[in-house]
Write a protein that binds this ligand. Structure first.
Ligand SMILES: Nc1nc2c(ncn2[C@@H]2O[C@H](COP(=O)(O)OP(=O)(O)O)[C@@H](O)[C@H]2O)c(=O)[nH]1
Ligand SMILES: [Mg+2]
Length: 229
């Protein structure tokens, strides 16, 4: 156990948060127990969330711009450790899975390990029928058109090698980053794999993804990247 605790010192959680005063304080209580670094990425105007986590002010990075993708790109740019993990602020990701992910990253010398809700022994308490169908559909497009070896393309619970992912020059400021990241990783020959995960329901508040608008934008982004080559 001690060895594992020392180990995870070279891991930083990037926690994107928008209007999450109900969930984020609980997520940080859990995260604090693990011996790792974490950065919370917030918009400056998000006063309710900022006020809910005053004790963690030194862990906050503020966005100049807006959007989920912008938060992830800024967060990863600020990571100083060898590894990082994208870790949502809504309580749906289980921090106990990080240790297994971390061990697999090292054992298999991976560049990115994607958690998946659709493998054997995996599950989701947060999926709706629409997000389930959407994820299956987009993961299938990822497999057929981009040869992506992952079963859950939109979950975006992942662990990565910081330098390798920084070098992908990600650009998407909205939720289309969820497909830009794996597609660019594959095209740049990063070593990719996936691992079973059990997603919890969000603790409180509402989800920021709009299934139809963001689903459409994600489809357009996949078209764009396919023809861009
Ligand atoms: N900083 C920042 N965080 C965001 C933004 N949109 C979503 N998030 C965070 O990103 C995570 C995923 O969003 P969520 O609404 O849970 O989407 P879902 O997991 O696909 O249902 C949550 O922690 C949100 O608070 C944004 O525009 N800016
Ligand atoms: Mg969520």
């Amino acid at each position: 156990m001690v060895i594992i605790l020392l180990y995870m010192k070279d891991l930083t959680l990037v926690i994107p948060a928008k209007n999450e005063p109900e969930s984020l304080p609980y997520v940080l209580l859990e995260v604090e127990k693990l011996n790792l670094n974490f950065l919370i990425v917030l918009e400056k105007k998000d006063h309710v969330t900022i006020n809910s986590i005053k004790r963690f002010e030194s862990n906050i990075v503020y966005q100049d711009d807006t959007g989920y993708g912008d938060a992830i790109i800024l967060g990863i740019r600020n990571v100083k450790t060898e590894y990082f993990s994208i870790f949502n602020a809504d309580g749906s990701f289980n921090p106990n899975e990080l240790e297994d992910m971390y061990n697999q990253m090292k054992m298999k010398s991976l560049d990115i390990l994607f958690a998946s809700r659709y493998m054997k022994k995996a599950s989701s308490d947060d999926d709706t029928i629409i997000t389930y169908i959407g994820n299956k559909f987009f993961s299938y497009i990822g497999k057929i058109f981009f040869k992506l070896p992952i079963s859950d393309i939109l979950y975006t619970y992942l662990m990565g090698n910081t330098q390798k992912v920084q070098s992908l020059n990600l650009e998407q400021k909205d939720f289309t980053l969820c497909v830009e990241l794996p597609i660019k990783a594959k095209r740049n020959f990063l070593r990719i794999s996936d691992i079973a995960s059990n997603e919890k329901s969000r603790i409180g508040g509402i989800k920021k993804v709009n299934e139809f608008k963001d689903g459409f934008l994600i489809l357009m982004q996949m078209f764009f990247l396919f023809f861009k080559k």
